[in-house]
Design a protein around this ligand. Structure first.
Ligand code: SAM
Length: 273
């Protein structure tokens, strides 16, 4: 008999994937962690039953989360990753000539499981990477470093979930204060077509930044297949300040960068600043 993983984290929407094998199921003090091997996407990490990454399309998400912000800042040296316990965002940041990357994830067990089941995703041995296990809200509040780029790669802002306070006005103000003069923050967003209210709330909470841009890209394993991101910048506009990447990529390119910030009319109307 076929075994199917069914995700229904959005009301009225279900996604199903045929499972070859369940590789790991466990519970940390904060969340349920599982790894399944699927016929279509290879291994998938689930947190509280929600897909976080798949082997086959994680490059699409991580390249699009990281590179637009990294090319908008003229010379990013210090980068903070909020969440990102699978290591994929840090891997992409470390391809840039940065001096320091701090990855702050609240759950040490996610990092452990990912290092074991997805060893190819992270660049854990890079000496420029520092891993901190803490709630990023508390870490940023007490941290003395000023970062050039802050990358938010956390779980979704479900009410009463571990990530909820990361999407608050207070956190974004604090993040703003921990960014250098030309600092850039980027966050993954909910799918705007399905979850308009939540995306609009996040957009409003980020209004401490003078420049906000919504952009989008394909991630087939996420609900709807199209994911969105918000880039919040103190000074530079990603549409005019970008520079070419000095290394090859599989999804991101200069043409994709321009295209990603071009929104369909209904989104353009919702997210204009
Ligand atoms: N790409 C992903 C997605 O599907 O949205 C995110 C993947 S990454 C594994 C998400 C990480 O955010 C998890 O490891 C989780 O422990 C971490 N996280 C959630 N809330 C956090 C918080 N308040 N501070 C730091 N890390 C947090």
């Amino acid at each position: 008999m076929d075994l199917w993983y069914v995700q229904s984290y959005l009301k009225d929407y279900t996604m199903g994937l045929k499972v070859k094998e369940t590789l790991f199921v466990g519970k940390s003090p904060l969340q349920e962690i599982a790894v399944i091997d699927t016929c279509l996407y290879g291994k998938i990490l689930l947190l509280d039953g929600v897909v976080q990454l798949s082997e086959r399309d994680e490059f699409m998400y991580h390249e699009m989360l990281v590179h637009p912000a990294m090319v908008t800042h003229p010379h990013p040296e210090r980068v903070c990753i909020v969440g990102g316990g699978d290591g994929g965002a840090a891997r992409e940041v470390l391809r840039h000539p940065v001096s320091e990357v701090v990855l702050v994830d609240i759950d040490a067990e996610v990092i452990e499981v990912c290092r074991k089941y997805f060893p190819q995703v992270g660049s854990w041995d890079d000496p420029r990477l520092q891993v901190v296990v803490d709630d990023a809200v508390k870490y940023i509040a007490r941290c003395k470093t000023q970062f050039d780029v802050i990358i938010m790669d956390s779980t979704d802002p479900f009410p009463r979930g571990v990530a909820e306070s990361l999407f608050s006005k207070e956190f974004f103000r604090d993040a703003y204060d921990h960014l250098t003069e030309e600092g850039v923050l980027v966050s993954q967003m909910e799918p705007p077509f399905f979850d308009r209210e939540r995306v609009e709330m996040l957009w409003r909470n980020l209004d401490v930044f003078p420049l906000l841009r919504l952009y989008w890209g394909m991630v087939p394993t996420y609900p709807g297949g199209v994911w969105s991101y918000i880039l919040a910048s103190k000074k530079n506009d990603p549409l005019t300040s970008m520079k070419p990447l000095p290394f090859p990529t599989r999804y991101y390119s200069q043409a994709i960068h321009q295209a990603a910030f071009t929104l369909p009319v209904f989104l353009e109307e919702m997210f204009r600043k």
